[in-house]
Design a protein around this ligand. Structure first.
Ligand code: GLN
Length: 332
């Protein structure tokens, strides 16, 4: 029996962001509050990322209607890194369906660092989840195509549809990571041994490394996130990029595993699905409302942007986004 339209709307996250003036003022306050924060270290295991400007700082809030509220370096381009993972997972989940995607990739938090080999070895079936390197490389290996070029074309096209514009690869970052990513190559070959990699291992890592090198701004990320927040409809182009059912599953994995071993702390404080990347990008989704993206390269020990986390702790509550906050119920 299919639910009536009224029942369907009863089951979706409701509410909206505050008015434009309030959002603008909160975004500016967040920027001022945390611009002097000096904690964290640049990622240096990818040599090109060690040259980032530590003071770069941008915030963008985008709603599902296509409005953006930006402050600081929100237009500055940086390599998307791990923030690409939920979007590649979305494409795969959409193509295979949520049950098959979960069976082939896993959807449980590992509690371990993003590049952990042990995480894969600890589970009998060799799965992890699509937001840590092993599961993300496995997700990339499921992209259809007969060679690296084909797969890369589909990944770039897919992520560009989320952004609402053609995304380009940063060749310098790609080459820097490709020359130093022996650990990811190792993970891919081990996954192959577990029957959890679905194309040639070197090809999967090559496409994954290119995917991580796609250049985005905080504004791009915010609209990519707003697409996941709006049932898969890109707010600027109006395109249905993936289904609403896919968005639901992607956000669930982001909530449990988006910040690696700090995912529990993140959910405890921020109460929203999020995803971080080693170049300093961070994306937080408010289902049904929109998304907040930040860019600030200095990272904590788990590889999550220090300023990004501070901004989100502040904005999640002030913008009324935390999914777990309820008012005391009136007693009859
Ligand atoms: N390209 C990076 C890697 O595979 C992405 C990791 C990240 O952003 N946490 O190591």
């Amino acid at each position: 029996m299919s639910p009536s339209p009224n029942l369907t709307t009863r089951f979706v996250s409701t509410g909206s962001l505050p008015g434009s003036d309030e959002i603008r003022s909160l975004v500016e306050t967040a920027y001022e509050n945390f611009r002097e924060e000096a904690g964290g270290k640049l990622a240096d295991y990818i040599p090109a990322l060690a040259q980032a400007e530590p003071s770069a700082f941008g915030i963008c809030v985008a709603n599902t209607h296509g409005d953006a509220f930006m402050v600081g370096d929100a237009a500055q381009l940086f390599s998307i890194q791990s923030v690409s993972k939920p979007f590649v997972f979305a494409l795969i989940c959409d193509a295979l369906g949520p049950a098959e995607a979960a069976a082939r990739l896993g959807v449980d938090a590992t509690g371990l660092p993003f590049n952990s080999i042990m995480a894969m070895e600890l589970r009998a079936d060799g799965t992890s989840n699509p937001l840590v390197n092993a599961g993300a490389i496995a997700a990339t290996s499921l992209v259809p195509g007969t060679g690296a070029e084909d797969r890369w074309h589909l990944v770039r096209q897919g992520l560009s549809r989320f952004a609402g514009r053609e995304l380009e690869c940063d060749e310098r970052v790609y080459e820097s990571e490709a020359a130093t990513n022996q650990r990811n190559v190792g993970l891919a070959h081990l996954l192959r041994g577990h029957d959890r990699l679905y194309c040639d291992p070197d090809e999967a890592v090559d496409v994954y490394t290119r995917q991580c090198s796609l250049l985005v701004s905080s504004r791009d990320l915010a609209f990519m996130g707003a697409t996941l927040a709006g049932g898969g409809v890109q707010p600027l182009t109006g395109e249905q990029v993936v289904s609403a059912a896919t968005c639901q599953r992607v956000l669930a994995v982001m909530a449990t595993a988006g910040l690696y071993e700090r995912s529990g702390t993140w959910l405890y404080d921020v109460g929203l699905p999020g995803k971080s990347g080693v170049s300093g990008g961070m994306l937080t989704i408010a289902p049904g409302k929109g998304a907040v993206a930040t860019f600030s390269p200095p990272l904590d020990a788990a590889g999550n942007s220090v300023r990004g986390q501070l901004v989100m702790r502040f904005l999640s509550e002030r913008l009324g986004l935390n999914l777990f906050i309820s008012a005391p119920a009136a007693h009859q």
